[in-house]
Write a protein that binds this ligand. Sequence first.
Ligand code: NDP
Length: 311
Amino acid sequence: MNNEKEKILIVGSGSAGLTAAIYASRAGFSPLVLAGIQPGGQLTITTDVENYPGYENVIQGPWLMDQMQKQAENVGARIEYDLLTNINIESWPFKVNTDSGREIITDTIIIATGAQARWLGIESEQKYNGKGVSACATCDGFFFKNKNVAVIGGGNTAVEEALYLSNLCNKVTLIHRRDALRAEKILQSRLHDKPNIEILWDTKVDEVLGDGIGVNALKLISTKNNSVSEIEIDGVFIAIGHDPATSVFKGKINLDNDNYVITNKGETSTSVPGIFAAGDCVDKIYRQAVTAAGMGCMAALDAEKWLAEKQ
Ligand code: NDP
């Protein structure tokens, strides 16, 4: 088993991890990045990106992440296609193990493992992913301007997405499997005030229908009496929750009830000194590439400062 000693180990290679890598590299640390199970993160499974600042025209998510990775490597980051499998924080420096059987010793860790949107798990949903099926209204809502869309779910995310879309789209149908929303009451009252939002209660999606190029309808089933119906829509936003990729840290650093990493207010430090966290594994509210990148920058600066004070 090789023992390698790092100053800064970055876990995850989405926009948080790679931005942390760029900043840590430019501070002279040549950080090691473990790229994780989905190198490049969530942007690699999207298509058009129109809200990442600095690009005049629409760019592609995979291209943006490829550029970010090359930029990180050009300034000195080492990116390896390996996965963190265990972390030992009993003593410092920390010891971590990876899927390829390596043991790495490191002074600091930046956790940027991201989160994954939950999907309904029906075949047609994947078929039309990026062609009318989305898990992010802020990212993709604009493509459905003045059109009819549906949002699936009954939590804060679903209601916030429905409200956001109601300002852009002609009509929004919120489809929920029960007869009560779990979203906060203030969001619910805003929802009820919107004339172009309709709620379909006790309903679930059985199939996403389309012409092979885009979505044009949903086949729905009543959860009360199994009756089947159809609704014509141009796009559907799945908002049934996210799963932060934090299972390896459970019981070791403080996570909240939804398994997001808890960071100290206004910074990226966690419950363990020397371990920092950034991006969607921390943030359940904004979840944007640009906010994750911003937090990645903060994590690298926080780690550098911590190392300087430790010397
Ligand atoms: P939640 O887990 O709170 O809600 C998920 C919703 O999706 C529930 O209504 C659930 O239904 C429904 N659902 C789950 N699985 C399925 C399925 N297979 N088919 C149909 N419907 C399904 O997730 P959110 O993303 O809304 O929120 C996660 C956390 O983030 C929460 O703690 C929330 O408060 C927080 N948050 C806070 C925000 C803010 O403060 N501004 C904004 C966004 C999120 P059911 O109700 O029947 O279980």
